[in-house]
Design a protein around this ligand. Structure first.
Ligand code: B1M
Length: 222
């Protein structure tokens, strides 16, 4: 791998956002993901190469370490922030259509539920996996999911719920989506959700963590 991409991948993996960022201490005063992504583009590295050869593998390593409980939420958030700072330089190319994404992912926390930390991690990891993420936010009612799917019929949908009470709303949304967009794939997750519940409400997949979500989407397009 090109030296600058290798350094960029390390910055993302260890959460080094930019030169001014004091974290992690052993990378103090070094360029971060922000400067390196900018420089890679200036040196003519293509945005999809930066994504595929630096950001995606770095976030994948982060996801695997999180799944193995070798790192925790704060480290994952720092990695996601570093990834976002690099993505800010790539986004204009993806938005202009000059560089292709793998697909679209509509995500939201279901109606009545305001928890978004886990949902945001999933969204960031999936964006880091090369997908365009349409984040509908929190307390998202069925109609809003359906409208987003009407506008993006090929998108995969992700629902997050953190409360046992709002899991019921997940069921309502899944049923309505399957009625109107029978072919749409729906991924669900959140602390109280299980594979058994996923099967019960007719969703397509359950993942306990962001990397499982990334892997599911990956196998949908491979
Ligand atoms: Co609330 N809360 N909360 N809360 N809160 C919990 C969830 C709770 C377990 C705390 C407790 O009682 N021990 C409990 C739920 C009990 C239950 O239903 N069984 C609870 C409660 C009761 C409440 C309120 C009702 C409290 C009250 O007002 N009386 C209230 C509800 C508000 C509402 O939503 N309507 C409430 C409010 C809040 C805050 C606003 C204060 C805050 C949320 C801030 C925010 O999200 N912006 C909050 C918080 C922070 C928590 C805890 C402490 C932490 C949740 C969290 O962010 N975890 C939580 C207790 C706990 O978990 N220890 C708790 C870290 C996050 C990374 O994990 O979200 O599980 P998680 O996401 C994971 C996986 O689940 C998965 O990937 C993530 C990374 O591994 N995942 C997906 C998540 N979504 C996915 C989607 C996927 C795939 C994987 O595909 C689409």
């Amino acid at each position: 791998m090109n030296d600058i991409l290798e350094k960029l991948a390390q910055c993302v993996e260890f959460g080094k956002i930019n030169k001014a960022s004091p974290y992690p201490p052993n990378m103090k005063d070094q360029d971060g993901a922000d400067e390196l992504a900018k420089r890679a583009l200036e040196e003519g590295v293509k945005p999809d190469e930066i994504l595929e050869n630096a950001l995606v593998p770095a976030m994948s390593r982060v996801g695997d370490k999180f799944t193995r409980k070798e790192i925790y939420v704060p480290q994952m958030l720092m990695a996601a922030k570093a990834m976002n700072s690099a993505m800010a330089h790539l986004k204009p190319f993806f938005q202009s259509g000059e560089t292709k994404r793998k697909g679209k992912f509509i995500v939201g926390t279901v109606s009545g539920d305001l928890h978004d930390i886990g949902k945001n991690l999933v969204a960031m990891m999936i964006e880091g996996g090369g997908w365009e993420v349409i984040d509908l936010g929190v307390d998202v009612g069925t109609e809003k999911f359906l409208k987003a799917l009407d506008e993006n019929p090929d998108a995969v949908v992700g629902l997050s719920a953190l409360l046992t009470t709002t899991m019921e709303n997940m069921k309502k949304t899944v049923t309505a989506i399957k009625e109107k967009h029978a072919g749409s794939k729906i991924l669900i997750g959140g602390a109280p959700v299980t594979m058994e519940y996923c099967e019960k409400i007719g969703a397509d997949f359950y993942s306990p963590d962001p990397q499982g979500a990334v892997n599911y989407l990956k196998q949908l397009v491979s």
